[in-house]
Design a protein around this ligand. Sequence first.
Ligand SMILES: *Cc1c(COP(=O)(O)O)cnc(C)c1O
Length: 379
Amino acid sequence: MHFETIAIRVGQEPDPATGSVIVPIYATSTFRRQSIEQEGGYEYSRVANPTRAAAEQCLAALEGGKYCLLFASGMAAESAVIGLLKPGEHVVCIRDVYGGTMSLLRLAEGRGIRYTYVDATRLEEVAGAIRPETRLLWLESPTNPLTYVVDLQALAELGHAHGLLVVVDNTFATPYLQNPLALGADIVVHSATKYLGGHSDLIGGALVYNRDDLHDPLWDQQAVGGGILSPFESWLLLRGLKTLAVRMRAHEANAMAVARYLQEHPKVEQVLYPGLPDHPHHALARRQMRGFGGMLAVYLKGGREQAVRFCESTRLFLLASSLGGVESLIGYPPVMSHASLTPEERAERGITENLVRLSVGLEHIDDLLADLEQALAKV
Ligand SMILES: *Cc1c(COP(=O)(O)O)cnc(C)c1O
């Protein structure tokens, strides 16, 4: 089956009780047993719920994975992975990582987890950071907010040569554009809040993996840890997944047009979008991904004053955290997603005062370009 068909049909057989074409929201905490000895079937909704199970089956198939677990947020899914680590163990993490992941590692430090940030575009730097107690290699591609692309296959091989668990946050790419498991990753992480849900109306997260030996420990993190996705949000996620393919194609068409427009604008210093031929990792993105997504980073000419004026002048591009919804958003990483870093840490990561991040939505491209034009006129 092709991606579009999987998204609409897998895990979503008409309801056996009524023929309902859409998977119902099973709003129940518990399920009646036929007998005390009953084997199989549903028992209690924290452990398993049919609406959540449908969404898990569908997303597993879309990522080419055997297992999927859905969580109450992307961060809850990440916590489940970090929860596998024992005190004293060490993580090698891509430097240009989601801000929440940095906060989570800082939190994990309190129970003895150590970590090192690396420039994952340089394999020798990654290899040099691996210690005897390193257990996990945490990757993200394209990265947030700079849209850097790292060689997932080469990094997974390197990680496995050292016996590491290789984790890839695939939120920006989505399974429509990239399947990290096929490139060698052990666990794929998603914030379902973004493109998978796609309509800015849910918070959710997912883990997808193939390895049987990871299933018991990760399932414990979900069912015992308890940070599950609710039946209602599982249903919203199923609804979002059905249109993921068409949305991603439209996000990309709009993002490419916005990137080309901004690249030519006299008030713009540089645009980072993996689909532009002059993006530093364009060739790798072409090889590793099936498209370039809807996120781009823009360095304006000038500094903080110009960036802030731009962010506060757009009308259609709403000034808000998050990404991947049908509506376009604009963000200012130094104060929003990366506020917890020191100015030195930000500079090290290329998050300078003139950097703006765009999540290009599905409004008409002419309206989006007109909005950017009027905002840049005020910069
Ligand atoms: C938003 C996001 C997360 C965290 O997901 P939540 O659903 O907000 O908890 C993790 N990684 C990336 C890349 C994200 O964009």
